[in-house]
Unconditional design. Structure first.
Length: 711
């Protein structure tokens, strides 16, 4: 065995030779494996060796890294089997008779049987972090979405779970099972889980094999009330898995309804086991605390349910919601008896679960609002309009649920949120303003200046020029607040609690609240004509182009575009600013008369730089717009000081462009007089302000026969 005939002699080796006159390769021929006449019972010959029975498998000892040279001899990590010996390296080999590449197979990484952990794949024979395309037992698999190999070879997701990004997540539907695209919602061979087959005659719906039990359709495989057969109910701390009751709690079904017995207080630990008052379900056991529990037969989360906060029946007050089992100030998204509600806008639960606004009132910011004279407010919490418009609560009282009650603190005064405990403009009562040199503390005015509240805004009366020494005491122009008194000067100060420089702020120029007009900026505390870089309420702004402060602080362009300190408007076919366009002054089509230009949207006496139909023009020299937009000088005239003057003198302007009408073919003798159009393409050139139709003996002859001159 292991010899072939060469040059008439038997030598050690295998390969091409002759057996009974027939050309044979003893390395691979199953009838002559390793030597002539040696037949392999398995029908497979590799490297001159027949497959061998090792335990329950048939394999080849020359290439199987799990049985290398002899049964049970496994090559170490980083070695594979070649011709019956373990050699350094990873790559194509056999593991227990199965063809494997140990360089990329995550079930046999670098060595037969070396399985990479969850969240790892095999690369170059080593387990590396990540999920994705790899091999599992020689089969190409993507561990990021294969529910039979999720995150790791062989990690099969439970019933009702699919693989997403290498982790088993709740749900059924499109996934992969051993590399094959499957929908576990409806596939009867893989129902709710890879490899989970429904019994014959049972359909797969929503990832469960369904059977009719009484008046419900359910799955006998995972319904803990009907486990394996209809009516077989699992005990406490058992759930139904694969049609058998197994110890544990978690996702299951109770009478066909998807339930998690770990956290469902209606079915805690087993179907139908309900936690008592004030308890929640945790890990399948009823315990004290906030969270999922049962209140009046309804499953509730007492951590965030504002009708059952911390315990059943504990309803949060108006203006509060439930967070972490405690009522906290605020309105917005919460739960009311297990139903998702926004108490900011819900009329049936306005500001509080179950607090319904009366007919005709709207719910905004958690308050039922109505019209009281010129303000919109809530009659339930406005201490200036408590229960009805104009009903003002007395000193030391606030409005709660439409009635004045003893107390100070957060309330509303004419629709504005105020804390009468510390607001010096509403101290202890809406409208009770503390005197000069006093602040509000605990609802009472006391001597002193400094940090306080003025109409709900945090203010320091020592240096706020809008509230100097007391709320509402505004310093005059050219004064700022220093040590609670108005003193001569401009510069850095505070205006209604905001840091401002009155020397350059166009919204507070020289004085808090003194806003400069359109097309003005603030310089040295005085409003001066101009647009450009300035300050608006302490913020650096360019009024030349800022659409929210166009030409003036706070002037917002509805079109969203500011042009030259004016809001851009479309007039006819051009976009322009109505503030300085003399053809569209103040409104589209309003053309200023001769000797007038547009300034700040008004026609005023003057000529010079302006805009005509959005184009920069100088009406003092432009022969197409002489003295006013659209006023074109006749042929042989040019514009001088806003008037058309006879005589061809050469250079002038046509629609803002410098032109010599003496020689310009498109503006010959007059703006817009195009020789090419006049002579229908027969002109030669513009000469001395006239179109030459032909040249004769060096003379320019016009179309009318006029001789212009020699050239």
């Amino acid at each position: 065995m292991g010899q072939i005939c060469s040059n008439g002699s038997c030598i050690t080796g295998m390969g091409d030779t002759y057996c009974d006159g027939e050309s044979i390769n003893t390395k691979t021929n199953a009838e002559n494996c390793g030597q002539c006449g040696r037949a392999c019972p398995s029908g497979t010959c590799i490297n001159g060796t027949c497959d061998t029975q090792c335990g329950s498998i048939t394999t080849n000892l020359t290439i199987d890294s799990a049985n290398c040279g002899e049964c049970g001899k496994k090559c170490d990590v980083g070695y594979y089997c070649s011709v019956g010996s373990c050699i350094l390296g990873s790559g194509s080999t056999y593991c227990d008779g199965k063809s494997i590449d140990t360089s990329s197979d995550s079930a046999n990484c670098g060595q037969c049987g070396n399985k990479c952990d969850v969240g790892y794949i095999c690369s170059a024979g080593s387990c590396t972090k990540g999920s994705g395309s790899t091999y599992c037992d020689g089969k190409s698999i993507n561990t990021s979405n294969d529910s039979a190999n999720c995150g790791q070879c062989g990690n099969k997701c439970d019933v009702g779970y699919i693989c997403s990004a290498g982790s088993c997540t709740k749900g059924s539907g499109d996934t992969y099972c051993d590399g094959k695209s499957i929908n576990t919602s409806s596939n009867s061979s893989n129902c709710g889980q890879c490899g989970f087959a429904c019994p014959e005659g049972v359909s797969c719906r929503s990832g469960a094999c369904l059977t009719q039990c009484g008046d419900i359709s359910t799955s006998l495989m995972d319904d803990s009330n009907n486990c394996g057969e209809c009516g077989n109910k699992c005990d406490v701390s058992y759930i139904c898995r694969g049609g058998s009751c197994t110890e544990g709690s978690g996702s299951t079904y109770c009478d066909g309804k998807s339930i998690n017995t770990s956290i469902d207080s209606n079915n805690c630990g087993k179907c139908g086991y309900k936690c008592s008052f004030g308890k929640k379900c945790s890990s399948g056991t009823c315990i004290n605390g906030a969270g999922y529990t049962v209140c009046d037969g309804k499953s509730i989360n007492t951590s965030n349910d504002s009708a059952n906060c911390g315990q059943c029946g504990n309803k949060c007050d108006v203006g509060k919601i439930c967070s972490g089992g405690s009522c906290v100030i605020g309105v917005g998204s919460t739960y009311c008896d297990g139903k998702a509600i926004n108490t900011s806008t819900n009329k049936a639960n306005c500001g509080q679960c179950g607090f319904a606004c009366p007919s005709g009132m709207s719910c905004e910011s958690g308050r039922c609002l109505t019209q009281c004279n010129d303000i919109i407010t809530s009659l339930f919490d406005d201490s200036s309009n408590c229960g009805e418009c104009g009903n003002k609560c007395g000193s030391g009282e606030i409005c709660m649920y439409g009635a004045c009650t003893i107390g100070i603190g957060s309330t509303y005064c004419d629709g504005k949120s105020i804390n009468i405990s510390n607001d010096s403009a509403n101290c202890g009562q809406c409208g009770n303003r503390c005197d000069f040199g006093e602040t509000c503390s605990s609802g009472a005015c006391s001597t002193g200046t400094g940090n306080t509240y003025c109409d709900g805004k945090y203010i320091n009366t020592i240096m706020d020029s809008s509230n100097c020494g007391k709320c509402g005491n505004k310093c005059g122009i050219g004064h700022i607040c220093s040590d609670s008194s108005c003193a001569v000067g401009i510069g850095t100060t505070y205006c209604d609690g905001k840091y401002i420089n009155t020397s350059s702020d166009t919204a507070n120029c020289g004085q808090c609240g003194n806003k400069c007009g359109v097309m003005q900026i603030c310089s040295s505390g005085a409003c001066t004509t101009g647009v450009g870089a300035t300050y608006c309420d302490g913020k650096s702004i360019d009024t030349y182009s800022d659409a929210a402060n166009c030409g003036q602080c706070g002037l917002v362009c509805s079109t969203g575009t500011c042009l030259r300190g004016g809001c851009q408007t479309k007039c006819a076919d051009s976009n322009t600013s109505l503030m300085d366009d003399s053809a569209n002054c103040g409104q589209c089509g309003n053309k200023c008369s001769v000797g007038n230009i547009c300034k700040d949207g008004t026609c005023i006496t003057g000529i010079g730089a302006t805009y005509c139909y959005g184009k920069a023009i100088n009406t003092s020299v432009d022969s197409a717009n002489c003295g006013r937009c659209g006023s074109k000088c006749d042929k042989g005239y040019i514009c001088v000081s806003g008037s058309c003057v006879k005589g061809i003198v050469g250079d002038t302007y046509c629609d803002g462009e410098s032109v010599n009408i003496f020689t310009n073919d498109a503006n010959c003798g007059q703006c817009g007089y195009n020789c090419n159009k006049v002579t229908e393409g027969r002109f030669i050139f513009c000469g001395k302000g006239k179109c030459c139709a032909r040249v004769s003996s060096g003379q320019c002859i016009t179309s009318t026969g006029e001789v212009v001159g020699g050239y």
